[in-house]
Write a protein that binds this ligand. Structure first.
Ligand code: CA
Length: 588
């Protein structure tokens, strides 16, 4: 990596002032194998979250100790769902309320801090969180709660450019880590509960100029270089009337990039409103008329033009808020097949073909799925019609439709929190939750900037002793190799290592390392607040480091119904914890 840096700085950057080190497309592409830096969200744009480091292993992880801790400060400490980046001796980490910190990675001392000035009246649905930044060239990029994207100078934190993704007054916000591909900053948007329209946008990283846009709901036009390009889908093919105009499909978790097929993969959230009868009053025998593409889908996008290459819809005519946004991880299975895997909100773990997104298999990754009996050989759910929340139009009093108990809950068998793939075992490690909900539909009309649901709900635990469930899943068979139960719902990311370790955190504040083969707990550390962040690891001067951000918050305390009451004793926070295995203790 040093050699590459040297070559770049001689050929391209010799003339730039200060000749700062620059992050290149090659470095982003190599992030999955470079152990000295972490320059992408997901530890590689395939989002495997797997480190080839084995300095830290099953025998010596008991010697992992804190190196430093950093407080994000202020009065706004909550919901730290971020993943730190490490580059050139500096850690970059985002915090709640659209803040970004540069920290000396050797000492934990702050270098600079950027605090976005947010307007009154922002409408983040699910706490004031941020899920991370992206680095390219001499800049760092991150999104803000008022639906903007900001580019800062890596060294100083000064604003280089800033642009509006969408109108926060209409319910848009932005919380995902941006994705950099070939010099483009690619972003999604949030706001699926406000009748917004999900979109993917690509900007020139140097200038902030928009190169292309791709709306996720059929009937809307994409753009390329400032002109209309192609329509998303076919107008009114799967949406009745004008509902597509406020059709949802928020791309709120960002995306991944498969370099081998040169494809961006973004997920789209729930169709709006939640009440599915408004979007399809008919029966499922109406063919695909009410599928509401491309909501609740994964979509493969050409990174050069923004055109759609393929799509796979996990929940057609979705009606439980089973957003289709969960991360799509590119991997190679044990037989050498190139695959994608994704664990959907709807409770099924899908394997897709990487070339064209075609369906390969789907198996449950939670215990009590009630809305579908399974997934058929085409990838379509086999619905349990009685588990669809009732049509309020049939209510005799004009009020709510029939209440059903559906599982998983709308917060999903798995929500945003990223799973990890291990090249060491060939298994996925999926943070899941065992919960359900009472859900019903009710009348609703669209009003700009107001919640557009047409549903009510109460989340309930499915088991007395646990909601959280981290599962090791064999993607070839869908079988669960082991399960680690946790009392509170899991809401943070997972990381695997070649040393045979699985790292994750709990709302109770424990940062934990498990044995990847057995699920046995090998190490844990109490961080003082709930962990909803995403761990990373890297190596510096021959020692392996691990970092995670601690700070309880996110959607569970806000929307968790009976589960929220169960976890209301947990303290909020905002602390970056960095651990290391001291050289002299590496032998074990
Ligand atoms: Ca949603």
């Amino acid at each position: 990596m040093k050699k590459l840096l040297a070559a770049v700085s001689v050929s391209v950057l010799a003339m730039t002032a200060a000749a700062n080190a620059q992050v290149t497309e090659e470095m982003l592409a190599n992030d999955r194998t470079d152990t000295s830096n972490v320059v992408t969200n997901g530890m590689g744009r395939d989002l495997q979250r797997y480190s080839p480091l084995e300095t830290l292993n099953k025998d010596n992880v008991k010697n992992l100790v804190p190196a430093w801790a950093f407080s994000m400060g202020g009065e706004k400490q909550r919901g730290q769902e971020t993943q730190p980046l490490v580059y050139d001796g500096i850690m970059y980490v985002t915090g709640s309320y659209s803040r970004l910190y540069a920290i000396d990675v050797a000492t934990g001392k702050e270098i600079w801090q950027y605090d976005a000035r947010l307007p009154e009246g922002i409408l983040p649905c699910c706490d004031v969180i941020n899920r991370g930044a992206a680095i390219y060239g001499d800049k760092i990029f991150f999104g803000t709660l008022d639906a903007r994207i900001v580019a800062l100078d890596l060294k100083t934190g000064d604003v280089v450019w800033r642009d509006k993704i969408a109108d926060y007054k209409a319910g848009y916000s932005y919380t995902a880590a941006p994705l950099i591909v070939n010099g483009l900053v690619v972003t999604g948007n949030s706001g699926g509960e406000f009748g917004i329209v999900g979109e993917v946008q690509a900007r020139n990283a140097d200038t902030g100029e928009v190169v292309w846009t791709r709306p996720m709901i059929e009937g809307h036009m994409g753009t390329l270089n400032g002109k209309e390009s192609t329509m998303t889908g076919t107008l009114n093919a799967t949406w009745p009337g004008d509902l597509w105009k406020t059709g949802g499909g928020a791309t709120w978790l960002g995306g991944s990039y498969d370099i081998e097929t040169d494809t961006l993969v973004f997920g789209a959230g729930n169709p709006a409103p939640w009440n599915s009868w408004l979007r399809n009053a008919g029966e499922p025998t109406d063919g695909n008329k009410g599928d509401n593409l491309y909501a609740a889908s994964r979509v493969g996008i050409d990174p050069h033009t923004g055109d759609i290459k393929w799509h796979f819809q996990t929940t057609p005519r979705e009606g439980w808020d089973y957003d289709g946004v969960n991360e799509v991880v590119a991997y190679t299975d044990r037989s050498g097949n190139k695959r994608f895997a994704t664990a959907d909100r709807n409770g099924f773990f899908y394997v897709l073909n990487r070339e064209d997104g075609a369906f390969v298999s789907a198996k449950p990754f939670v215990k009590d799925i009630s809305w579908a009996e399974g997934i058929d050989e085409t990838g379509r759910p086999i619905y349990v019609e009685g588990n669809r929340p009732g049509n309020p139009a049939n209510a005799t009093d004009g009020g709510k439709g029939e209440v059903v108990f559906a599982s998983p809950s709308f917060l999903g068998g798995k929500n945003w929190m990223p799973m990890a793939f291990s090249q060491h075992t060939g298994n996925f490690y999926v943070p899941s939750n065992e919960w359900g909900m009472d859900i019903w539909n009710e009348p609703v009309t669209y009003k700009k900037g107001a919640a557009y649901l047409g549903s009510g709900f109460t989340i309930k635990p499915n088991y007395e002793d646990h909601i959280g469930s981290l599962k090791a899943i064999d993607p070839d068979t869908g079988e669960w190799v082991w399960e680690y139960k946790n009392e509170a719902p899991l809401w943070g990311g997972v990381m695997t290592t070649a040393g045979g370790l699985v790292f994750f955190g709990t709302p109770e504040g424990e940062f934990i390392a498990l044995d990847d083969a057995t699920g046995e707990k090998l190490w844990s550390f109490q961080t003082g607040s709930g962990i909803v962040g995403q761990p990373i690891t890297w190596e510096m001067e021959g020692e392996q480091y691990v970092s995670v951000v601690s700070g309880w918050g996110g959607a569970v305390p806000l929307w968790g119904g009976e589960v929220a009451k169960k976890v209301n004793y947990l303290n909020q926070g905002g602390m970056v914890w960095t651990f290391k295995l001291p050289k002299q203790m590496a032998a074990n």
